[in-house]
Design a protein around this ligand. Sequence first.
Ligand code: KPL
Length: 299
Amino acid sequence: MHWHILGAGAIGLLWAAKLQKAGHQVTLILHTPEKLTRYNDTGHFQISHNDTSERFVAEAELASSETPISHLLVSTKSFAVIDAFATVQQRLSDSARVLLLHNGMGPQQQLTEKHPELEIWAGSTTDGAYFDQPFSLVRAGIGETHIGRLSACGNDRLFQELQGVDDQLHHATDIATVLWRKLAINCAINPLTALFNCRNGELLKYDDRRAAMAQICKEVDDVTRALGFTLFDRKLMEEAWDVAELTGNNHSSMQQDVSHHRPTEIETITGYLCGVADQANIATPANHLVLEAVRELSE
Ligand code: KPL
């Protein structure tokens, strides 16, 4: 298969490498002519893990290129998905498959509703990597990725066709629950780490941070229960506590975005949760509070 990767961030390049290693053809779609020129200086990206470093030679182009796209992986930041997708939409072939692999919720539902003719998949990953230089990634941890078909249209063959790409890749028959689980954990951890400017584990060390986290988690539990989702077999606070402890030394993606003065994914994380809660008339004051506070931080 020929995969076009829209969003050459950490997850996009990790997937480009995995797909290429499994024998797929890969083309990176880069955002600006400057980025394309910089990439074409060497024509490769590299990924290091422990003491080894691997080099991947892949083609790159701009969204304005005209070659048709049969398989599209969208791995941009969640707030950029809709606009980025629009830049390549007219290049999609009739039976194109689209895999959305980004944080948060909202864009997956919007695209599926707007394009009932497309086979759209969504995924959630705990893979971790960061850039030490442009186009040079350090793999921080090997995580799991769950993908599932969102659209009514199409079939489940894509999962079989991705066999061999990643031995930690799982087929989710209920992708909505998978996306909600990740959203719930992100609601519990990301805004507070951004507001307290701390590592994930440092949320657990202070009474006020733990209390805020517990309140946020209770509200998320209220919302998901009302929607009929069973996310975990225990309270979200217990689950989120374990994730914060396990990733204790990490800076959450939102804390990093705020500290580097980049736009955050608050609208597709807490913003999405609050939107759903408001529509269902469920009070989520703690989530609204952090939503406003992170919006102010990002101004
Ligand atoms: O997914 C994450 C993120 O930072 O976005 C968590 C689970 C909070 C780990 O850092």
